[in-house]
Design a protein around this ligand. Sequence first.
Ligand code: GDP
Ligand code: MG
Length: 208
Amino acid sequence: MASAPSNTTPSAGAPGAVHRPDTARDLVKILVAGPFGVGKTTLIDSVSEIRPLHTEEHLSEASAEVDDLAGVREKSTTTVAIDFGRISLPGDVVLYLFGTPGQERFRALWDDIAYGALGALVLVDSRRLDASFDVLGLVEESGLPYAVAFNAFPDAPRHYGTDRLRQALDLEPGTPMVTCDARDPNSSIDALLALVDHLIGRDPVEAR
Ligand SMILES: Nc1nc2c(ncn2[C@@H]2O[C@H](COP(=O)(O)OP(=O)(O)O)[C@@H](O)[C@H]2O)c(=O)[nH]1
Ligand SMILES: [Mg+2]
């Protein structure tokens, strides 16, 4: 888990929890979205300065029929609701991270969880690009600006260039693409910063 920034006070509450910095000016809701097994929980765990909240349940046989297990090893739980974490960034920006499944069947949950979000970091596993089509569709439909983070799985194909990935996912030329190891806090923070830079760089009329 990321260490607490120095201008925060350790909380007497849950282990690892810290108070939000008094100087925090911008509180921003961000979705961390992606298909099952792509690393949403891992990313939020790696960066959150508060103890992350998770709603997970064991992958049931019924769920296994619809949750694509191809290419996902050693995964016995699936997120059915949300992960929640918080990270303070330089510049007194505090991100509230909501990890959310991107499957089409969670559309109703998606609409509620996306409410008030300023942007989304969409995690993509380049071993199974098609697993991300649903979530990309939902993000685009909701009009949320987003960045795409390709999680660095060891057996990910190396032959895809950026252009080919952009084309395969049908991304706009301006949509940021980064690679990320969700287990590494610095790498995860870099991915979130790519999204924040994208949000800051947008025309305020476009920003939601
Ligand atoms: N090598 C590698 N493994 C990862 C990465 N992100 C997640 N994992 C592993 O992938 C598995 C699924 O991650 P999880 O966070 O539970 O996926 P979620 O369903 O999207 O929340 C876990 O065993 C993680 O340790 C990554 O960037 N690199
Ligand atoms: Mg999860």
